[in-house]
Ligand binder design. Structure first.
Ligand code: SF4
Length: 319
């Protein structure tokens, strides 16, 4: 999954599946947001606030992902080391860096990283697809996500997720990744492929860590996501029923992409509402607060840590 998985969030309601039921639309990143900090989830997906904040580490990661996507679009005879340099320059996102010099330094690092990665590939290798968005319907929710790469070998599909951060993933990380498990289920249910194999490709080190799920281990992941979906639905339904004017996007404006179009009035920021938010969508401070888009709106986060500069997340990338 690319660092920024921008998705339009909406419910799938009557007429789509032929039942008077609305389905919470989830993605792996949305579910993770709820687990990390329900308040951040609320601000992102219920109020749909947009901070306009850009982060250099996202720019770096997204640029690397985009270059790899474009690499597999090239004819085989054009897959050269010079091509990587051209691709990176074409897709480079320079937002969030301290200055031009820092952006240039990290662009060179991205070029080196992608070059080293593609050098160890068979030049004729062609994935089944890249950056493919798939979805499946579970009992109470729709799970949607964008998969970095799908490989297909002898009729068996496998999920590949690129990592650009500093820490090298362990087999436990791959086994425990809810996102990878959801991607495997997307391949099974949306495309009908047998898929139990999931991998993290750690670009800085060249390590590739693979885990082969069983039907049972995927079911356990699905059970956990189902519980998350039920918790979110309960919180959102309670919030909506207690704030009649909330008109939250997740309930009845499927395709609204207008930032703040459903933001509650300023008058809603009453003590009563704050108490309800604390109960339904508690702020859960962590080291991530300094990188949270909503730090300036969140007293809990502010008391926990200072706001990070937009380029400070680069230190978690490769040195
Ligand atoms: S600043 Fe921290 S506690 Fe506040 S919303 Fe963001 S992640 Fe949650």
């Amino acid at each position: 999954m690319s660092p920024i998985a921008a998705e339009s969030e909406s419910n799938v309601g009557p007429g789509v599946y032929g039942a008077n039921v609305t389905y919470l639309k989830l993605s792996p990143s949305k579910a993770a947001s709820w687990v990390d900090c329900p308040r951040r989830y609320f601000l992102t997906y219920v109020e749909r606030r947009r901070s306009g904040q850009t982060w250099a580490h996202f720019s770096f990661g997204n640029s690397v992902h985009a270059a790899l996507r474009e690499w597999f679009e090239l004819p085989v005879d054009q897959r050269t080391s010079q091509a990587v340099d051209v691709l990176i320059r074409q897709v480079w996102i320079d937002s969030g860096f301290r200055d031009r010099e820092q952006s240039d330094q990290w662009r060179v690092r991205a070029t080196d990283m992608v070059s080293a990665y593609v050098r160890q590939l068979d030049p004729t290798f062609q994935p089944f697809s890249t950056e493919r968005t798939l979805a499946f319907k579970a009992e109470h929710f729709i799970m949607q996500g964008r998969i970095d790469r799908i490989d297909l070998t002898q009729g068996r599909a496998s999920v590949v997720d690129y990592k650009t951060g500093k820490s090298i993933p362990s087999p436990g990380d791959v086994r425990g990744s809810q996102a990878l498990a959801m991607y495997a289920l997307m391949l099974q249910r949306a495309l009908g492929h047998a898929c139990l194999e999931v991998s993290l490709h750690h670009l800085p080190s060249g390590n590739q860590v693979t885990w082969t799920h069983t039907d049972e281990s995927l079911r356990r992941h699905l059970d956990r996501v189902t519980q998350i979906a039920q918790d979110i639905t309960l919180a959102q339904d309670t919030y909506e029923s207690n704030t009649p004017d909330s008109n939250t996007p997740d309930s009845n404006t499927p395709d609204s992409n207008t930032p703040d179009s459903n933001t509650p009035d300023a008058g809603d920021s009453s003590q009563e509402r704050d108490l309800m938010l604390d109960e339904l969508f508690p702020a859960r401070p962590s080291a991530l607060c300094g990188f949270c888009d909503f730090w300036s709106d969140c007293a809990v986060g502010q008391s926990f840590t200072r706001r990070k500069e937009p380029w400070e997340g680069l230190s978690a990338q490769v040195d």
